[in-house]
Write a protein that binds this ligand. Structure first.
Ligand code: GDP
Length: 465
């Protein structure tokens, strides 16, 4: 155990704002002793008789102050090692949620022998004590930061072990294969080898199975990105086609100004909205057209920039009027692979034929931002275009760049193993590649992650978590 791990740490675990309840968390070997120095009841407390998962009402007081100053009434929760969040003895004080009170309670804990916890240090201890692995620690952070229900579901699933189990399954397959090869290579040449059968076809099949599982995991995870992190989406179309009306419909409130006058939206406006379960970061652009006035021109330039970087473009056409030259320009500049055509104002009729557009764009939807006609079709089109339709947040998913990087390393090593085996390289060369893949998977779950990587993961955490 490192010297740092021997310290008992303390931090305020609730947000830095007034609230009904505020929690001070203490973890480490001396957690109970420190609690004893600051928490009192009418009767003398026999701390050794307090079990883990028990809860006690009492008073937090400053013994060193004149008159033993009472700071707050509190509930003390006791967790005994190893059955706690960190795996150590943990005491939590639920106090009144005033910042001043909480800071005084924290100072008392520090004066009683605790050290102020670093960001993420409680979770880091849970990781170092083997309570959770590194991917699960990352899920804790993603759960705290989740902005959508699916992002929270995915983090909960990872915390429940879906990803760890999927990785473990591939790793076990590879470890067995590597062990078999190594036993074969170590086998004395003059002994009969019929006890140990090593079939090249079986090796190929095992490597292919591991490769397939990892490949599927990466593909599913890529498809889940929009679901978990949101999709950069840009509304484009000539002025007055109904972009702001659509923005307001999806935002559920008047986010953009709607008038019958063209060119009202002079700048880009961005809002997080939901379409079904899909989180979109929706940007309403100034209508892309040949603007005269310099302010409008600036707005149009920003629109071009937003459209160029967006994952999804919703191009609005005015269904009630014949297509114009401006529409045609937009139709030729928008990439069909990431564009959905909305023939808006369909409630006023359909003035042009949709068939020729359907030969150029997969998704052409009669739509009305005024009545909501076509919203269901739009949701389905987005799911189809982004490939999110059959992704579930409850299945095993890679959710951070670090995890994706490790899985990609493992896949590269497996590719090399498969190739070496196919080309008839000696088995020890194949075994080296398999070992690389195993190491990359250990790095993913953190068993073999370097100190620097572990530091980087926990650096993004907040104090108290
Ligand atoms: P923008 O310039 O593209 O943002 O267009 P706006 O959203 O400001 O809409 C321009 C005008 O078209 C406003 O008077 C809207 O009320 C009207 N409008 C927008 N969408 C529809 C629609 O689907 N049907 C009808 N009938 N009018 C619409």
């Amino acid at each position: 155990m490192s010297e740092q791990m021997c310290d008992t740490i303390a931090a305020i675990a609730t947000p830095n704002a007034p609230g009904g309840i505020g929690i001070l968390r203490i973890s480490g070997e001396s957690a109970i002793i420190i609690a004893e120095r600051m928490f009192f009841q009418k009767e003398t407390i026999n701390w050794s008789r307090w079990n883990g998962y028990s809860m006690h009402y009492g008073v937090i007081a400053d013994k060193l102050s004149a008159g033993n100053e009472r700071i707050d009434e509190a509930i003390c929760l006791v967790f005994r090692s190893p059955k706690s969040y960190t795996g150590e003895d943990v005491v939590e004080f639920s106090c009144h949620g005033g910042q001043l009170i909480l800071r005084r309670v924290l100072r008392l804990a520090l004066a009683a022998g605790a050290r102020l916890a670093a960001p993420g240090e409680f979770t880091r201890r849970a990781f170092l004590n083997g309570r959770i692995n590194l991917a699960e620690a990352e899920a804790v952070m993603r759960l705290i930061q989740a902005q959508t229900e699916d992002a929270a579901r995915a983090a909960t699933a990872t915390l429940g072990g879906t990803l760890s189990r999927a990785i473990d399954e591939v790793r076990t397959l590879l470890i067995r294969q590597a062990a078999q090869i190594s036993a074969w290579m170590d086998y004395p040449e003059d002994e009969p080898t019929d006890l140990l059968e090593l079939r090249p076809k079986q090796i190929s099949a095992n490597l292919a199975a591991a490769h397939q599982k990892l490949h599927d995991l990466m593909q599913k995870s890529d498809a889940a990105v929009p679901l978990l992190d949101g999709v950069e989406t840009v509304l484009i179309g000539k002025p007055n086609v109904g972009k702001s009306t659509l923005m307001n419909l999806l935002a559920g409130f008047e986010r953009s100004i709607v008038t019958e006058f063209a060119g009202t939206t002079r700048d880009t406006v961005t809002e997080a909205v939901h379409l079904g379960s899909l989180p979109l970061r929706l940007t309403d652009t100034a209508g892309i057209h040949a603007a005269q006035n310099p302010i409008e021109r600036l707005g149009v330039e920003r629109s071009h920039a937003a459209a160029a970087s967006a994952a999804l473009l919703l191009l609005l056409l005015d269904a009630s009027q014949p297509l114009t030259e401006e529409d045609e320009t937009l139709l030729t500049t928008c990439n069909p692979a990431r564009t959905i055509l909305l023939c808006n104002k369909a409630d006023l009729g359909q003035a042009f034929d949709l068939a020729p557009l359907r030969t150029r764009f997969t998704h052409v939807i009669p739509f009305s931002a005024a009545t909501g006609l076509g919203l269901e079709a739009l949701t389905q089109a987005i799911e189809a275009l982004l490939g999110t339709g059959d992704v579930s947040p409850w299945e095993a998913l890679l959710s951070t760049e670090r995890q994706r990087g490790c899985a990609a390393d493992a896949l590269t090593a497996l590719d090399a193993a498969i190739q070496a085996h196919a080309e008839g390289f000696p088995l020890d060369a194949v075994a080296v590649c398999i070992e690389d893949a195993i190491q990359a998977l250990y790095a993913l779950t953190g068993e073999r992650a370097t100190e620097a990587i572990v530091d980087e993961v926990f650096a993004t955490f907040c104090v108290g978590k």
